[in-house]
Design a protein around this ligand. Structure first.
Ligand code: HEC
Ligand code: HEC
Ligand code: HEC
Ligand code: HEC
Length: 338
C-alpha cells in the first residue's frame, strides 16, 4: 500500500519523476538505485576483485557504450537521444544507477559488484563485520546469523548459485521485445554459466588472500552447469511470455526454450534428478510454437524456479560426476581465459 501511494504522490509531484518512479513501481529496474552504493565502496576491502572487474566487458561498457556506433543505431531506431539517460532503456542492463532518491539517480559504473551481488545499502556493514571481532573467534551460530542477516538484506552470495544464475540471465536473455524487434538489439546471449563465469568474470581470490584466482571446483562447476541451463529455461520462458507479437524476439526466445530443454534432457539422461525431471515435465506443458499465454507461462516459470532452488539446496555436485563430459572444458568461447 505504502508503495503504490508513494508512486501516485511522486507522479503528481513532478512529471519528470513519473517515468523513473513508474519503472521502479513496475519492478522494471534490475535493482533499486536508492539501495546501491557503487563499487568504489567495496574497493578498500575487495581490492583484488575490484581490479579484475576493471578488466571486464562489464566494466568497460560504461565508457564504451555511448561511443559505439552499434549502440547509437539501436538508440536511433528507438528514438532515444541519450543512451545514458537514467530513465532510458539501456542503463538498466548496461550500467549501475546510484542515487539518494530516484530523481537524482545517475549511472555510476557499468555492470558492477552490486549488479551481481545485490544492492548493498542494507548489508554492506553487516556482511563482513565479525560478531566476535575476528573470523576465528566467531562461533558457528554467529557466523550463520551474520550470513542470514546479509541474505535478508539482499546480498546474493556465491553459494546461492540459483540466485547468481537468475541475476545473470535476467540481463543475458534480453527480455525486451521492443529493444529487439524495433531497436535491432541482439535477442540474448549464447549464455552458459560455467564458461561465462569462469572466464574474464572470475574473481575467486578472497578466501585464499589473493594467492590465486582459482577456478570453481569440479563439483561446483557441475551445479553451475545444471542450474545455468535450468535458469536459462526459466528466464527464456518468462521472456517469451512477455511477447505481444510474432517476430524476431518471439522466435529467438522460443528457440532458447527449445535449446534449454534439449540440454536439460541430455543432462538428465545422465543424472536422473527428480528436480530436473520435474522441470522438464513443467516445460512440456507449454506449447512453444503457439502465441504465448503469459499467465500460464509465468506460473510454469515460478514452478521451475522452485525446482531449481530445491536442486541447488540438495546438490553440492559430489553425485553429479556423470555429466563431466558435457561440461565446457577446453572449448567454448571463453575457454582461453580459463
Ligand atoms: C569493511 C570491509 C568490507 C567492505 C567495505 C565490503 N566487504 Fe565484502 N566482505 C568483507 C569481509 C570481511 C568478507 C568475508 C566475510 C566472511 O568471512 O563471511 C566479505 C565477503 C564478501 C562476499 C562473499 C560472501 C560470502 O558469504 O561468501 C561478497 C560477495 C562480498 N563481500 C561483496 C561485497 C561488495 C559487493 C561490497 C561493496 C558493495 C563489499 N563486499 C564491501 C568485507 C568487506
Ligand atoms: C535487458 C538487458 C539489456 C538492455 C535493456 C539493453 N542491453 Fe545492450 N546488451 C545486453 C546484453 C546481455 C548484451 C551482450 C549480448 C551478447 O552476449 O552478445 C548487450 C550488448 C549490447 C551491444 C553489443 C556490444 C557492444 O558494446 O557493442 C550493444 C551495442 C548494446 N547492447 C546496446 C544497447 C543499447 C543502445 C541499449 C538501450 C537502447 C541496450 N543495449 C539495452 C543487455 C541489454
Ligand atoms: C558478473 C557478475 C559479478 C560481478 C560484476 C561481481 N561479482 Fe563477485 N562473484 C560473482 C560470482 C558468480 C561469484 C562466484 C564465482 C564462482 O562460482 O566461480 C562471485 C564471487 C565473489 C566473491 C567470493 C570470492 C571467492 O574468493 O570465492 C567475492 C568476495 C566477490 N564476488 C566480490 C565482488 C566484488 C567486490 C565485486 C566488484 C568489484 C564483484 N564481486 C563483482 C559474480 C560477480
Ligand atoms: C545488469 C545486467 C547484467 C548482469 C547482472 C550480468 N551481465 Fe554479463 N553482460 C551484460 C551486458 C550488457 C554485457 C555486454 C556489454 C557490452 O558488450 O557492452 C555483458 C557481457 C558479459 C560477458 C562478455 C561477453 C563477451 O561477448 O565478451 C560475459 C562473459 C558476461 N557478461 C558474463 C556474465 C555472468 C557470468 C553474469 C552473472 C554471474 C553476468 N554476466 C551478469 C549485462 C549483465
Amino acid at each position: 500500500m505504502e508503495n503504490s501511494k508513494s508512486c501516485v504522490l511522486g507522479a503528481l509531484a513532478d512529471l519528470a519523476v513519473v517515468v523513473v518512479l513508474s519503472l521502479v513501481c513496475e519492478g522494471a529496474y534490475a535493482i533499486d538505485p536508492t539501495l546501491t552504493v557503487g563499487a568504489d565502496e567495496c574497493v578498500d576491502c575487495h581490492t583484488l576483485e575490484y581490479d579484475i572487474w576493471g578488466e571486464t566487458t562489464h566494466f568497460k561498457t560504461y565508457d564504451e557504450l555511448s561511443a559505439s556506433d552499434a549502440a547509437t543505431e539501436i538508440a536511433d531506431a528507438l528514438g532515444l537521444d541519450d543512451i545514458e539517460a537514467p530513465d532510458g532503456t539501456c542503463v538498466d542492463c548496461h550500467f549501475t544507477l546510484v542515487g539518494e532518491t530516484l530523481e537524482d539517480a545517475e549511472p555510476n559504473a557499468g555492470i558492477s559488484c552490486e549488479s551481481c551481488h545485490g544492492a548493498s545499502a542494507g548489508w554492506i556493514d553487516v556482511h563482513g563485520e565479525y560478531v566476535s571481532g575476528d573470523a576465528a573467534s566467531e562461533t558457528t551460530e554467529e557466523k550463520a546469523a551474520r550470513k542470514d542477516a546479509a541474505t535478508d538484506a539482499g546480498q546474493i552470495r556465491p553459494e546461492q548459485i540459483n540466485l547468481i544464475a537468475a541475476n545473470c540471465l535476467k540481463c543475458h536473455t534480453v527480455p525486451n521485445e521492443e529493444l529487439v524487434n524495433v531497436g535491432g538489439h541482439t535477442a540474448g546471449s549464447e549464455f552458459e554459466l560455467v564458461s561465462w563465469s569462469q572466464g574474464e568474470v572470475r574473481h575467486n581470490l578472497f578466501w585464499n588472500n589473493g594467492e590465486t584466482n582459482a577456478e570453481a571446483s569440479p563439483e561446483r562447476k557441475r551445479v553451475l552447469f545444471v542450474v545455468g541451463h535450468a535458469t536459462d529455461l526459466e528466464f527464456s520462458l518468462r521472456a517469451m511470455g512477455k511477447s505481444s507479437e510474432a517476430g524476431k524476439y518471439r522466435e529467438a526466445m522460443a528457440d532458447r526454450v527449445r535449446q534449454a530443454i534439449a540440454k536439460l534432457t541430455s543432462i538428465n539422461e545422465k543424472i536422473s534428478s527428480a528436480d530436473v525431471t520435474s522441470i522438464l515435465t513443467i516445460a512440456s506443458g507449454i506449447d512453444v510454437s503457439a502465441a504465448p499465454d503469459q499467465a500460464q507461462i509465468d506460473a510454469a516459470a515460478d514452478q521451475i524456479q522452485s525446482a531449481i532452488e530445491a536442486f541447488t539446496m540438495t546438490n553440492n555436485g559430489d553425485a553429479l560426476s556423470a555429466i563431466d563430459d558435457l561440461l565446457p572444458v577446453g572449448e567454448g568461447r571463453y575457454s582461453e581465459k580459463y
